[in-house]
Design a protein around this ligand. Structure first.
Ligand code: CDP
Length: 228
């Protein structure tokens, strides 16, 4: 069977990564969470005092970019990819609200996008990859054979993120999450470099009222059609 490239884009917390991960595992493809890469750069900024209430120290961040190494390693127990920043497992730390609050401004920086898009394209050179994010179908893999654009209401997305953080035992406020989801939507859609938008040839999926099982099934069917 031919190997294809699958690009899944959409708004924050709309369940892209769950469906992308499940499909990748089922069909034996590599899964890459591009958002985790922007989150890792943001964590680097926070850990090194490059993100302050006054803003991002872009000059120092640009100088540091060649020293920021991001990789994914499979957790042998769960089979899930763990994000590593300069060889340290940061999978849990990049999911905190502290990182969520700063990630969209960091991801709007042209030099950050340039470096990460290059890395993402290298990871997908051999095809057989499912990548999710904001600009995968438009910028990273414009020739992807299967492109999906996922949407759901902000309130439903905030509730899902709230449930996820709670399940991990992390402190969470629904109102704070909803505000963050809306702020990131705005920044992601309005930034100058590769703003979030549906690629012309992407299939639209509104999963507001779909269960995880239903959306998994929907994606599997689209995959079967695309590899035929
Ligand atoms: O997990 P969630 O859906 O909230 O977001 P994410 O996929 O972890 O991405 C975090 C942030 O990184 C997004 O809000 C975007 O600002 C940025 N991002 C991006 O600009 N381009 C991508 N390809 C992926 C993420």
């Amino acid at each position: 069977m031919k190997k294809i490239t699958i690009a899944i884009d959409g708004y924050s917390s709309c369940g892209k990564s769950t469906m992308a991960k499940d499909l990748a595992r089922e069909v034996g493809y590599i899964y890459i969470d591009s958002g985790a890469m922007y989150r890792a750069v943001t964590l680097y900024c926070l850990d090194n005092g490059l993100c302050t209430p006054e803003g991002i120290d872009t000059a120092r961040l640009e100088a540091a970019m060649p020293h920021i190494r991001i990789s994914f390693r499979l957790n042998p127990e769960t089979g899930r990819p763990m994000t590593h920043l300069n060889d340290v497992n940061v999978e849990d730390r990049i999911r905190t609200m502290e990182v969520s609050a700063m990630v969209s401004p960091v991801a709007a920086l042209g030099f950050v996008r340039e470096a990460l898009v290059k890395l993402q394209q290298q990871m997908g050179k051999e095809k057989g990859i499912v990548m999710d994010g904001r600009d995968i179908g438009t910028t990273v893999f414009p020739d992807a054979e299967l492109k999906i654009f996922v949407v759901a209401s902000a309130e439903i997305r905030a509730q899902r993120r709230y449930d996820e953080l709670k399940a991990k035992g992390q402190e969470a406020s629904y109102e704070e999450i909803l505000t963050n989801v809306k702020e990131r939507d705005y920044i992601d859609q309005n930034r100058a470099v590769s703003p979030l938008r549906q690629a012309e040839d992407a299939l639209l999926l509104d999963n507001s009222h779909l269960t995880i099982e239903e959306q998994k099934q929907w994606l599997k069917e689209r995959f079967e059609e695309a590899v035929k």
